[in-house]
Design a protein around this ligand. Structure first.
Ligand code: N01
Length: 544
């Protein structure tokens, strides 16, 4: 975390609070706001030096959100009423400015301890409190612990041979220097073609001397549809925002659209083409989570959607070799079982003579050398700057790497070695009074972040309110409830095509990590109903 340091923590040693939140991104800030309404003394421990979570860390070239505003913001009227965006897909600078605005309106930072990296946390049943320790040796006690670490808190850098010998500039996408890196005229490489790799490549193409993109799996990226937004058009719509925020929680992914009511082959070919085009031309995730309702379930329907994707993308790439690598005729996997990146002009970059794609399935990365990367065919690719965009210990990594322990003293990291287990995607058996959001077994990666965060954040606040009202010491989900929840997670996922491919939904890039669904694949409305139903009678909880 070193180079995100700067401010000192706001809290001294031996802090005692009602609730301690870990993480000052969308999730943590929302929960703080909710718990303040209950009159609880609450603080956030944040590893970085400011608000913003993922947008504090991910400032790589071209970093931009893939959910549209105003869906991608809080539904809090005091916050949205005086806020104006300049584009429907804000970049990381816009999002940082948004968090500064949130702070100005809600006075969030006064309850934040920055530079506070949590390394240990245990609950004492007789005391009914969590003891949390930070890397710099501070201790805090709280009745409630809320983990809001997000799905990308722990970066993953493959164990490339000789990586430390490279003499040029090299950074992981989520740890890019604040001051940026000058790439003008330089020999550059991007490793990985997830959303981060696609966005960096797209940004670098016009600037660099040369660019080589190391690809393992093509990203089945779809057009973003970015456009400018005026202040007037936003102001004119604001009276509808409360309704809009109600609506987003009624849509599968927490966006303002949902699946088509039709299956693919209920339409003839021309009708399918017209429907696909309407989604494609609009841009955004519509071609994914607003497609025919059987697209993620029926292999034939999925293939039809893939073929439309390939036809459109292939027409944008001039060179046949690059075309076949970036958008092959045969699908590398079912369309949409890996999150499609939203691109602006990613494919056009490869029409530049100085931009190339390297298929690491054919010529793998053998080792790093001081001058660059040696591939398995014996070619030494020389570079000045390398972006490692290989992703994260996705979804679970934030929670398993902060020293959380069960009441029996077992580290969560151990317990989740072969499988993650939660109850309701908000609690874990053996971790009393601990809640999490936008993490394992919630709609998380299959949703618009703020929608998930608000559904889960309000539930957490209501659970805590109920504990208070009923004078309870703690609540802890039972192991049986946790087993049932896991079955539900798997049943939802197994009905779809998700388990056919390793993806960020199914464990991600980290070698050796369990191949299992870590997200609720049933959509936000069903999720909300399910978690809400558990609360009145504490269904599935041991109550003390
Ligand atoms: O990471 P990823 P990310 N050698 O895990 C490859 C969201 N996000 O940072 O596909 C070489 O998706 C790996 O290959 P493969 C995003 O939606 C959102 O891009 O596993 N390559 C893949 O290409 C996602 O949910 C936004 O075969 C290796 C890439 O590295 C999450 O954050 C922006 C490799 C990793 O892709 C993470 O996205 C950025 C190896 N050993 C991120 N190991 C927006 O809002 C892995 N790869 C726009």
């Amino acid at each position: 975390y070193a180079h995100r340091r700067g401010t000192t923590g706001n809290y001294a040693d031996n802090l005692e609070v009602d609730a301690l939140i870990v993480g000052a991104g969308f999730g943590g800030v929302f929960v703080l706001h909710e718990l303040r309404k209950l009159g609880l003394k609450t603080v956030i421990f944040e590893a970085g030096n400011d608000l913003g979570g993922t947008w504090r860390w991910n400032n790589y070239p071209g970093a931009r959100v893939d959910s549209e505003v105003p869906e991608y913001e809080y539904s809090i009227p005091e916050v949205f009423k005086d806020w104006t965006w300049t584009t429907n897909y804000p970049n990381y600078q816009d999002l940082r400015a948004y968090f500064a605005h949130v702070d100005k309106v809600l006075d969030i930072k006064k309850d934040c301890a920055f530079d506070s990296v949590v390394v240990d946390a245990k609950f004492n049943e007789s005391e009914g409190k969590w003891t949390v320790k930070t890397e710099d040796g501070r201790t805090a006690k709280a009745k409630y612990l809320v983990v809001a670490a997000g799905f990308a808190a722990k970066r993953y850098i493959p164990d490339f041979k000789g990586i430390e010998s490279f003499k040029g500039v090299i950074h992981h996408s989520s740890f890019w220097p604040e001051e940026g890196v000058d790439v003008k005229g330089k020999k550059c490489a991007v490793i990985g073609t997830g959303a981060s790799g696609v966005q960096i490549s797209q940004e670098w193409g016009p600037e660099v001397g040369s660019l080589k993109v190391f690809q393992r799996t093509p990203n089945l990226a779809v057009p973003m549809g970015k456009k400018p937004l005026t202040r007037e058009e936003q102001q004119a719509c604001k009276k509808h925002y409360p309704r809009l925020y109600e609506l987003r929680e009624k849509c599968f992914g927490g966006f303002l659209f949902s699946w088509s009511e039709k299956n693919t082959f209920e339409d003839n070919y021309e009708e399918q083409e017209a429907f696909y085009h309407s989604l494609w031309d609009h841009g955004g995730f519509g071609y994914w989570l607003g497609n025919y309702k059987d697209m993620l379930f029926d292999p034939k329907a999925n293939r039809r959607a893939y073929d439309f994707w390939a036809k459109n993308v292939r027409s944008r790439i001039g060179d046949p070799r690059k075309r076949d690598l970036l958008a092959p005729l045969e699908p590398p996997h079912a369309f949409g079982v890996k999150r499609p990146c939203l691109e602006q002009n990613f494919y056009e970059q490869f029409n530049r003579a100085n931009v190339d794609i390297i298929d690491i399935n054919k010529t793998s990365i053998a080792e790093f050398r001081p001058e660059g990367i040696l591939t398995s065919d014996g070619t030494l690719h020389e570079f000045d700057v390398i972006a490692v965009a290989t992703g994260f210990d996705i979804v679970t990594g934030g929670m398993t790497n902060m020293g959380l322990h069960s009441v029996n003293g077992t580290p969560l990291k151990e317990e989740w070695k072969s499988a993650a287990n939660t109850y309701l995607g908000t609690t874990i058996s053996g971790y009393p009074n601990m809640f999490h959001l936008y993490g394992p077994h919630g709609p998380t990666l299959l949703s618009n972040g703020p929608s998930s965060v608000e559904v889960q954040g309000r539930w957490i606040a209501d659970a805590i309110k109920k504990i208070h009202r009923e004078g309870l010491k703690f609540v802890d989900p039972t192991p049986e409830a946790s087993v049932e929840w896991k079955k539900k997670i798997n049943t939802l996922s197994d009905a779809s095509l998700f388990p056919t491919t390793r993806s960020t939904y199914m464990g991600g890039s980290l070698p050796g990590k369990a191949f299992e669904q870590t997200n609720w694949a049933g959509g936000i409305p069903a999720y909300k109903d399910t978690i809400r139903a558990a609360l009145p009678e504490w269904k599935g909880f041991r109550v003390v």
